[in-house]
Design a protein around this ligand. Sequence first.
Ligand code: ATP
Ligand code: FE
Length: 335
Amino acid sequence: IYTLAIESSCDDTSAAILINDKVLSNVVAGQPIHEEFGGVVPELASRAHQQNIVPVVDVALKKAGISKEDLNCIAFTQGPGLMGSLLVGGSFAKSMSSALQIPLIAVNHMKAHILAHFIDEEGYDKPTFPFIALTISGGHTQIVKVTSFFDMEIIGETTDDAVGEAFDKSAKVLGFPYPGGPLIDKFAKEGNPKAYQFTKPKVDGLNFSFSGLKTQILYFIQKNVAENPNFIEENKADICASIQQTIINILMDKLKMAVSETGIKQITIGGGVSANSGIRKTLKEAESKYGWKTYIPKFEYTTDNAAMIGIVGYYNYLENNFSDASIVSKARIEF
Ligand code: ATP
Ligand code: FE
């Protein structure tokens, strides 16, 4: 089965071709335009998607070495995401499925971040059901109990900011360009994670809160810079390592709680923030420390990509779960 997958929920235009559960091509066109604004500008994002979508799909087909007539189905991101961005990918997918007379499959972006683990890769061993998925991205922070490809339940989520926002907003306070998450990761490698202490928010159950942490970091930096204007420059690595460690501790506390509540010890991570090297290392260590089995996706399948949309498309194709042409994109979408 050849699947064409389209992802356009935020600021990356991506197209992938899969043969069954294997990826033949996964093309991602980023949008550097947003950097100068310190965040994604929705209006500019939809315009860039419109410029990129046709060439990106062409390149994906070429790299896969197939022609569009070979395709068996088209999967696309229905939501959640930015409406103007979703509409570009959605309309494109609809038109193409209608022109080629092949099934259309609408995919939930957050479920795709979770199911990216089922992309068949040599040497990557896939999770078995049930497992606990920690989805950490620019817009979401969720703990999901996954019972099958189609049966998932959110058992914890953020009540305010997402983990990615906590990273990016902290980075902004430090004067780093957007998105600053990867830079915090980079500088943290050289720093002492115990140099500064930040308090963890108190949130009941499996839910998260990150907005207080951002404010705490802002005050901490303002206070220290007032005393020493070179504070950030002189202590960059230690500050980054301490911020990152606080976030890791928050995530690990809730994961431990999720494991004890569900009895499930298989953990997967997904979403852009799972590219973070500190989080990856901590989860690997949790295998021997707590007896968990942890699954850490390949880097290219953590941030937004169409391959993860394609794998969900493939499993839906096998079940004949198709969408009709009247399907609409949704900025917010029930799980
Ligand atoms: P959502 O999936 O919720 O719709 P999104 O698609 O915008 O949000 P992703 O592309 O999945 O988000 O993730 C982007 C986020 O990941 C950004 O906040 C970015 O800073 C963060 N991020 C990427 N790499 C790292 C890293 N190494 N360390 C920390 N954060 C990172
Ligand atoms: Fe995403």
